[in-house]
Design a protein around this ligand. Structure first.
Ligand code: FAD
Length: 413
């Protein structure tokens, strides 16, 4: 029954019980973190300030992630946040990953997306659909020393991801598959040794032929064709990948044949919460960078520029928007953890957080005047980095499509 048709029940102290009811859990503020999550937040904030911050500007100029930093991310346990301890991971929950991604983006959104893709897309895929053999072989590596990439997009298929043209042909004898085609826009591809590749085993079945495979960088026929030069998140690698008859053993099939599109949809729904966290952290980082300047350093007309009411209102408005974005992000994460439907929440969080990131980081440059515009500080970088939030893991239009579709379902008789 559609929502508007349901009879409105008078308020009652008698709880309506469902088998998955979580209403007896005492409500807490949505930003309340468990002890483990709070420890994650504190540790990542310290790591980001001490270890990442001194490298941010150089990595952006060089358009390259410092390999030593990647090693340190593994050492910190940030590459296996949800991987169980038995496989060498940190064994934490999804919200801990979200909090970590947010804290990293507060200092460098490029490092944040490396950690985000690796944890929310790659590790999650293996944890959810990997065979016991795949888990045993790869989870310990993904937790300790091997970066992962997620290869769905192609030159001809972006928003329409399932129109992908990469083919997987079964090898004679059934020992595996041959992958032929190419991927585009692949994050982490310079650093990664482990690639989840989506290919179609039977294009006549349309998206129901899409299947996920694990490919290692050393595989014959696998090559990085081109590294993109980008506007923002420049230290994060984004490459074109060629798959020239890459042979993949049957054991490297991820999950079931023909289920790849379902896996990709599920992963991207979760991943969007990660990108929303990245954008929230970015917005806060940009806001703090400018707030410190206008409230401590810069004086005009005999006053700190942050004391002018015209400035204060913008600063207050921006902080309010960041808090709203964060509430959407944490709510989506908690709904996912509670096993509730979170698809619309994830889309709303990503849509709004990327809008806030763009708005706040743009204003922050203006609050800092000329000092916001130069490449000495981080203000201009946060703004450049913010643009990607409206593009990857589903553009803003695609999020709006998802939100509208889900609302229409609820409000259609
Ligand atoms: C830096 C970066 C990193 C990335 N990392 C990865 C990665 O690791 N793995 C991966 O698989 N992909 C990755 N991507 C790809 C990314 O997910 C796609 O760029 C994104 O899905 C959009 O596809 P597109 O670029 O082809 O744009 P298009 O699909 O061509 O869209 C162009 C415009 O048309 C609009 N549009 C398209 N369809 C509709 C519609 N139905 N309704 C309304 N408007 C529509 C879009 O909103 C957009 O404004 C990355 C991209 C970038 C730029």
């Amino acid at each position: 029954m559609a929502l508007h048709q349901q009879q409105i029940r008078p308020l009652s102290a008698t709880a309506r019980r469902r088998s998955d009811d979580i209403s007896d859990i005492p409500p807490t503020p949505i930003t309340h973190l468990s002890e483990t999550e709070a420890a994650m937040q504190e540790a990542v904030a310290k790591f980001a300030g001490d270890v990442i911050l001194p490298r941010v500007r150089d990595m952006d100029e060089a358009e390259q992630m410092d390999p030593a930093l990647v090693t340190q991310l593994f050492e910190q346990g940030l590459m296996g946040i949800e991987i169980p301890e038995e496989y060498g991971g940190a064994g934490m929950n999804f919200t801990a990953a979200i909090v970590g991604i947010e804290e990293l983006a507060r200092v460098d959104p490029s490092v944040s997306v490396l950690v985000d893709v690796h944890n929310t897309l790659v590790n999650t895929a293996v944890l959810k659909w990997g065979s016991a053999d795949l888990k045993r072989r790869f989870l310990p590596r993904l937790a300790t020393n091997t970066v992962g990439s997620f290869c769905l997009s192609e030159p001809g298929s972006g928003s329409d991801a399932f129109a992908l043209g990469t083919r997987a042909t079964e090898l004679p004898g059934g020992g595996g598959y041959r992958l032929t085609g190419g991927k585009m826009w692949i994050t982490n591809s310079v650093e990664a040794d482990f690639f989840i590749v989506f290919a179609n085993v039977d294009p006549s079945r349309g998206h129901r032929g899409i299947t996920a495979f694990v490919v290692e960088k050393g595989a014959q026929g696998f090559s990085i064709a081109k590294k993109e030069k980008k506007l923002g998140i420049r230290a994060s690698s984004t490459c074109v990948i060629n798959l020239d008859d890459v042979e993949v053993p049957r054991e490297n099939l991820l999950g079931e044949v023909g289920q790849g599109y379902k896996y990709a949809i599920g992963l991207l729904n979760e991943g969007r919460i990660g990108i929303a966290a990245q954008m929230t952290g970015l917005a806060l980082g940009a806001w703090e960078n400018a707030a410190r300047y206008v409230w401590n350093d810069r004086r005009q007309f005999g006053r700190l520029v942050g004391e002018f009411q015209g400035m204060q209102h913008q600063i207050a408005q921006s902080y309010t928007e960041i808090a709203a974005a964060r509430a959407l992000v944490y709510n989506a994460a908690r709904r996912k953890e509670a096993g509730e439907d979170f698809v619309r929440d994830a889309a709303m969080a990503k849509l709004f957080a990327s809008q806030v990131a763009g708005r706040v980081s743009g204003l922050a440059i203006e609050w800092m005047g000329g000092m916001g515009f130069v490449r000495e500080g981080l203000a201009e970088k946060f703004w450049r980095d913010s643009k990607i939030g409206a593009i990857y893991e589903g553009t803003s239009n695609i999020q709006l499509n998802t939100i509208a579709k889900s609302l229409q379902k609820d409000y259609t008789a």
